[in-house]
Ligand binder design. Structure first.
Ligand code: ARG
Length: 464
């Protein structure tokens, strides 16, 4: 190995790495996604080195303008990375050296790749968290808009995937709104732990140079520096939280996607997806498949996998930096890229699908989802609920045998069962009445749904 092609860390080595070994250790193929943040972190660091007099102001300015040029070149797509420079940090340093000469070597004063990589990841994730929260607000708005439109649309509510009681479709959608709101709150909280600056922790123990960690933290827009240098370089909780929050989000998305898949099947026919979010079959000409919903459901697998991948990497890892930590990135990037697209796809599907509201409502007319209404009717007139339940259960069995529904039973037959039953039973048994009267707080009653929507609109100001 000649001095010319030596690594930035090559001083104590007599022999170089073989190419395939070098490739095994390299991360540039994926950590280049943090290029912009690496440069921004370096700009903050060199600004601080100049301000504290650790290097001269002239040297700092020279390095800073070199870094700014690199940032422009990066944005213009004019930068090529080299695997022999291992990672984004050493690639940038060697590009800087090629640009401004040996003074570039002063940039790494009082810094290590260990605090540098952690800084890059905090910056990357902070930006992603903002993006995810914004996208979630958009998805939540789509749900509220649809719920607003379908407050009075009646659908079967299910338990065990069996018709249970009629509900408002708007109510069903608002349940998902609540889930995505909690997701958003979890990502908001995630910001707290991503918003710390590790820069200045150096390799693990801090530095002998009179650095100003508050200054770099402020320059990069962090809330504050980490207070313990060992923690700063080895903490990946902020990523684990992101992966875990993302796993819960994907679980929620997989649930609504599963419902959409059911709803657009021939058995349900509750919704029709727009052509722009459906695909066909290469053999069956009639097919219109909900591929995008299926894919979101399927991609929950990789997002869960990324969480378990990193939890396993972190398990038993001694302080402080270990190269194992390089395995923290691909799962994070993959999860961030997966969830940001999945949120948009789901919102797009909801915004463009047709709700077959008549058919939805009709499917509550040919079932026994009004059985609770009859039992409640009797209980409200003083019959113990258990007894009412028993009477209605027997009547349902009888109707099933006759092939009729509760609304088809003649008043005389009702009165033979109980003299508490009067003509108003038929209105009581209607799905609309059943929904309307479930006015307990948070119930499916139209007024309750409207109240939920009003509250949601107040927290999503873009909707008003
Ligand atoms: N590429 C490395 C990573 O992603 C950067 C830190 C390397 N530090 C070290 N001491 N080898 O973790």
């Amino acid at each position: 190995m000649t001095k010319e092609n030596q690594k930035l860390w090559g001083g104590r080595f007599e022999a170089g790495l073989e190419k395939w070994v070098e490739e095994f250790g390299a991360s540039i193929s994926f950590d280049q996604k943090m290029a912009e943040f690496d440069l921004k972190g370096s700009i903050a660091h060199v600004t601080m080195l100049g301000a504290t007099g650790i290097i001269s102001q002239e040297e700092a300015d020279q390095i800073k303008s070199g870094l700014e040029e690199l940032l422009e070149e990066y944005h213009a797509g004019a930068i090529e990375f080299d695997v022999s420079n291992e990672d984004i940090h050493m690639n940038m340093e060697s590009l800087l050296t090629a640009k401004i000469g040996p003074v570039a070597g002063k940039l790494h004063t009082a810094r290590s790749r260990n605090d540098q990589v952690a800084t890059d990841m905090h910056l990357y994730l902070k930006a992603k968290l903002d993006e995810v929260i914004t996208k979630l607000a958009n998805l939540r708005s789509s749900l509220v808009t649809l719920a607003d439109k379908h407050t009075y649309t009646i659908m079967p509510g299910y338990t065990h995937l069996q018709h249970a009681q009629p509900i408002s479709f708007g109510h069903h959608l608002m349940a998902y709104y609540n889930m995505f709101t909690r997701d958003s709150e979890r990502f908001e909280f995630n910001i707290k732990h991503a918003d710390l600056s590790p820069l200045g922790a150096a390799a693990l123990a801090g530095t002998t140079f009179p650095i100003d960690r508050q200054l770099t933290s402020d320059l990069m827009g962090f809330a504050q520096p980490y207070s313990n240098s060992l923690d700063a370089v080895s903490d990946r909780d902020f990523i684990l939280e992101f992966l875990s929050n993302s796993a819960i989000l994907m679980m929620h998305m997989s649930r609504i996607c599963e419902e959409i898949i059911n709803w657009c099947s021939n058995e349900f026919k509750f919704v029709t997806l727009s052509d722009t979010f459906s695909t066909g079959s290469s053999i069956m000409p009639q097919k219109k498949n909900p591929d995008m919903a299926e894919l979101i459901r399927g991609k929950s697998g990789r997002v869960y996998g990324n969480l378990f991948g990193l939890l396993t990497v972190m398990k038993s890892l001694p302080l402080a930096y270990n190269k194992d930590l390089q395995e923290d990135k691909e799962g994070m990037f993959d999860t961030a890229e997966t969830i940001t697209v999945a949120i948009d796809i789901l919102a797009g599907m909801l915004n463009t699908m047709t709700v077959n509201d008549k058919h939805m409502a009709e499917s509550t007319e040919k079932d026994f989802s009004n059985a609770t209404e009859l039992a409640d009717y009797l209980a409200a007139k003083g019959l113990p609920f258990r007894q009412a339940h028993e009477i209605v259960g027997k009547l349902v069995l009888d109707c099933t045998k006759k092939g009729i529904y509760l609304q088809d039973v003649a008043l005389s037959d009702y009165q033979a069962i109980s003299d508490l039953i009067e003509e108003d039973i038929y209105v009581t048994l209607q799905s609309k009445t059943a929904v309307e009267r479930r006015n307990s707080l948070g119930g499916t009653g139209f007024d309750q749904v409207k109240w939920q929507i009003e509250q949601a609109k107040a927290t999503l100001p873009s909707l008003d």
